[in-house]
Write a protein that binds this ligand. Sequence first.
Ligand SMILES: NC(=O)c1ccc[n+]([C@@H]2O[C@H](COP(=O)([O-])OP(=O)(O)OC[C@H]3O[C@@H](n4cnc5c(N)ncnc54)[C@H](OP(=O)(O)O)[C@@H]3O)[C@@H](O)[C@H]2O)c1
Length: 413
Amino acid sequence: MPLSEMNDMIAKYSARLPLPQDASVGPRPREELVVLLTGSTGALGADFLAALIGNNRVAHVYSLNRSPNVVDRQRVALERRELDPGIVLSKKLTSLEGDVSKADLGLSSETFDELKRTVTHIVHNAWRVNFNAPLSSFGGYIEGTCNLLRLAATSSHAAQFLYTSSLGIAQGWRVEDGIVPENAHWRPEAALTFGYTRSKYVVEHLLSKAAKSGLPATTLRLGQVCGSSATGAWPTTEWVPILVKSSIALGCLPLHDTILYWLPSDTLAAALLDYITTQEPLPELLTIIHPRPIAWKDIIGSISDALGQLPIVSFPEWFAKLEAISKNASAEDLERIPALKLMPFFRSTAHENATGRSRMVPKFESKNAQKFSETLRNEPPVSHEHAHAWVNYWKRCGFIPSQSAELHINSKL
Ligand SMILES: NC(=O)c1ccc[n+]([C@@H]2O[C@H](COP(=O)([O-])OP(=O)(O)OC[C@H]3O[C@@H](n4cnc5c(N)ncnc54)[C@H](OP(=O)(O)O)[C@@H]3O)[C@@H](O)[C@H]2O)c1
């Protein structure tokens, strides 16, 4: 049933894809690039925007976000990432409010025509990152992708279309099935975990169809993005910061027996620039993960160090402490221990550790992503310095206590 729902969606939205004969044939300039970016008010989008504005080969950026108050919300998003909020006043930036689920993107005909005439690249990054939403609720997002793809195809410069997908779509992949290939064609069962991952599967297939019919469409399949190596900024709503804050209150950090392909957000933004400025045609899919994975035990050791040697225990032991509190959790507990709101996720991680399954991380083909990105090829492993930068960022934004004395008081349950 879920598989047929995905296939039905692929069939339904394939009819909305631009036809190869509708496509403009370029030429696309090599300098003076003009980029349309969606989702720039989000975590990754703010990093992408700052990188695009700062790059000499990018002449102009149109950001396209939903209303209201897009300029104010953009400023806040940049500030939260500790990026220059003055970017919103840059002459290189036009901030648009619109609705990509509409054929005209909710823009005036003048603005729509201006985009059609000028854009050389479309980076479609806006998506609902919600693991509880069913696939059926992503219809407007998939429709929006087709609308943007049509704009790309019919634009004067045959704009290159780039879409941010997620490696989460391979969450159900079994090591026994071999390496996860760097293309959209593999076991759909692996993508079934959430409505969110199913929606990404549908879009990857639509883009693959578009690419095979000759349109310049590329999926950027992203692995876990960690905090920026420049600022340490890692959104406090994500599971790792939640785990760290909760561990301070629990008095210990968990040892997760696994390896990590985490890529810092500023590295990802720099890799995006590599993909935008390359002069070679991009393949239909790039799996963007760190080429030099690291062990969780190393990074959690560094986080422990940054927190004044917080003890490390096995994941099941850590989870047992969490579960004990969950039975009578007060509002104050939920505030100090936000992991209480993600019990099913941490329960399954504890179970994977207890059964040894956590070690069975599949390998991912990522040759194309590296071939087109010097940044990715040269990226040093995530290290002690990164971990300290994340912890300092969480302290600066008041997410965790800033003094080690407070850290210790906090850990007395
Ligand atoms: N962060 C990661 O580790 C990671 C890993 C893999 C893939 N990704 C993918 O990367 C992309 C960005 O992720 P993120 O972590 O930056 O997410 P995020 O912080 O939640 O940002 C999501 C962005 O999408 C916009 N958006 C959501 N629903 C929208 C709608 N109906 N109409 C218009 N805009 C809408 C948001 O706008 P508002 O400000 O208006 O809400 C925001 O700009 C997503 O496609 C995500 O699947 C992220």
